[in-house]
Design a binder for this molecule. Structure first.
Ligand SMILES: NC(=O)c1ccc[n+]([C@@H]2O[C@H](COP(=O)([O-])OP(=O)(O)OC[C@H]3O[C@@H](n4cnc5c(N)ncnc54)[C@H](O)[C@@H]3O)[C@@H](O)[C@H]2O)c1
Length: 320
């Protein structure tokens, strides 16, 4: 298949691109390498993919509609995996207008381009953030999502709604996948698993809010990729599907695992809960199992081991 992946140089996008290349698909990667985190990390993420002749990189902003039109004309994708977004809950409180522009208008650009170019299959990256402060655990796709508690969560909900309108109007096949705290190799430096690995390894203090008792449904990136490719391969109409591990882990347990793998103690600075943060996330993945055959295989202990091993290897390579 010929697939266009937006945000393809990012954490999840680069893993998705690698998987598609591995199975012989063609990948057109669109990414603007913004500086939300070090663009060099994104360059490293796709270094291997760039050796593959089935991989084409388009360094572009999805907000540039004219240039994106040209890319769609050249790449002629049969399907689009739309992962490009402004990410993170806390920074969305500081720059809500930017989040709205990239995540809502940017998503509409992608939908419009798909409509114009007759592309019927779209996979859209949504987020567990749409559930807001949902008290009912685990989170089911049928739970209320009209009360997100951060601009980021609201923009992801808006993306899902736009996707629904395009499915309804133009019969496009769109899967909105709600990812739950993804971690693993090439992990995002603003998220706890990578951030804490780096800080603990460097002997620096880590900020821990809410007593370390907040709980997340950490989901290993290879499992997420399996869910994304399964959604790509199936005709589903319009569906919203949770992709999580369905197993919550306390922050302090996560820190303990990182300490164990690094062989180093964390220096913890206690912080109050941050606005927009959720006390707990946990995915009900019954629907993902039924529709996608989704079955996350990676336990947090094994996933953190892989993350830390990768981190150490990266550090050694960069020190050379
Ligand atoms: N990582 C998670 O835990 C998680 C959880 C829920 C949802 N998601 C969603 O999954 C997707 C991928 O997230 P990620 O963790 O890989 O983040 P990431 O920041 O590593 O990847 C996003 C990529 O999109 C690119 N991008 C951003 N704005 C762009 C624009 N205007 N034009 C072109 N490219 C642009 C960035 O440069 C980056 O490479 C996002 O849509 C995110 O909201 C991620």
């Amino acid at each position: 298949m010929n697939v266009l992946v937006t945000g393809g140089a990012g954490f999840i996008g680069s893993h998705v691109a690698d998987k598609l290349l591995e199975r012989g698909d063609k990948v057109s990667c669109v990414d603007n390498f913004n500086d939300y985190y070090e663009p060099e990390m994104k360059k490293r993420n796709i270094k291997q993919a760039q050796q593959n002749r089935n991989f084409t990189l388009y360094r572009e902003d999805i907000l540039n509609l004219k240039q994106m039109e040209d890319i769609f004309g050249k790449a002629k994708p049969e399907a689009v995996i739309h992962l490009a977004a402004r990410v993170g809950v806390r920074p969305s409180l500081k720059e809500p207008l930017l989040y709205e522009e990239v995540n809502v208008k940017g998503t509409l650009h992608i939908l419009e381009l798909c409509r114009k170019h007759g592309i019927r299959k779209i996979v859209f990256a949504s987020s567990s953030s749409v559930y807001g402060a949902n008290k009912k655990v685990p989170f089911s796709e049928d739970d209320r999502t009209d009360r997100p508690i951060s601009p980021y969560g609201a923009t992801k909900k808006a993306g899902e709604l736009l996707c629904h309108s395009y499915n309804s109007l133009y019969r496009m096949d769109i899967s909105c996948l709600r990812f739950f705290t993804v971690y693993g190799e090439r992990g995002r430096p603003d998220m706890a698993p990578y951030k804490f690995t780096k800080l603990i390894s460097e002997g620096k203090e880590i900020d821990v809010s809410g007593d370390g008792r907040t709980k997340r449904d950490y989901t290993y990136v290879a499992d997420i990729v399996q869910g994304v490719t399964a959604a790509l391969d199936r005709e589903l109409g319009y569906e919203i599907i949770n992709l999580g591990n369905s197993n919550t882990v306390e922050l302090q347990y996560l820190i303990g695992l990182i300490e164990k793998e690094l062989g180093k103690k964390a220096r913890i600075k206690e912080m109050p809960m941050q606005p927009g943060d959720l006390p707990v996330t946990c995915a009900d993945i019954t629907k993902a199992k039924r529709l996608l055959g989704f079955s996350p295989r990676t336990k947090i202990e094994a996933g953190i081991k892989n993350l830390v091993a990768w981190y150490n290897q990266q550090r050694q390579q960069q020190a050379k």
